[in-house]
Design a protein around this ligand. Structure first.
Ligand code: HEC
Length: 127
């Protein structure tokens, strides 16, 4: 578009108030289609938002569709942890990751966040 045409278009737009055209309501979901807000405890929210459940599953079983080179522990069973099931050990696993596996180091999380997630994992442990 030539510069002159651009100016004309701009003036036309100003004159016809095109930014204030009525909205196309059909594009917006109806109120009943919008999920109702729910409150999720911070520990669970952090576990979910950081994608832990994509590899470890929502219940911590480690049974997911995703293909991984090493099978993650079942967080519910203490004896299945390879790097320790105590709070400090779980914190360490999250902070440092497990080198050579899909478990990456979550270095961007604060100690508060990591501890919160670690406690959530401990809540899954069955004894
Ligand atoms: C891309 C997949 C993936 C994601 C995402 C992931 N993990 Fe892992 N995680 C693994 C794998 C695989 C292992 C097992 C590594 C091994 O062989 O020791 C593991 C191991 C662990 C362990 C150590 C368990 C043990 O055996 O001692 C903890 C704790 C853990 N993950 C927590 C988390 C948390 C918390 C998150 C989210 C912040 C997370 N993981 C995200 C794949 C993942």
């Amino acid at each position: 578009m030539k510069f002159k045409n651009l100016i004309f278009f701009f003036l036309f737009c100003l004159a016809s108030n095109c930014a204030n055209q009525p909205d196309d309501e059909s594009q917006v979901p109806k109120q009943e289609e919008i999920p109702i807000p729910v409150t999720v405890p911070i520990d669970e929210a952090l576990y979910r938002q950081n994608g832990c459940e994509t590899c470890h599953a929502g219940n911590g079983s480690g049974i997911v569709e995703r293909k991984m080179n090493t099978k993650p522990a079942d967080f519910r069973v203490k004896s299945s942890y390879k790097n320790g099931y105590s709070l400090p050990r779980i914190v360490k696993s999250i902070q440092n990751g497990i080198p050579g596996t899909e478990m990456k180091a979550y270095t961007h999380l604060t100690l508060y966040e990591v501890t919160s997630i670690a406690k959530y994992i401990q809540k899954m442990q069955d004894e």
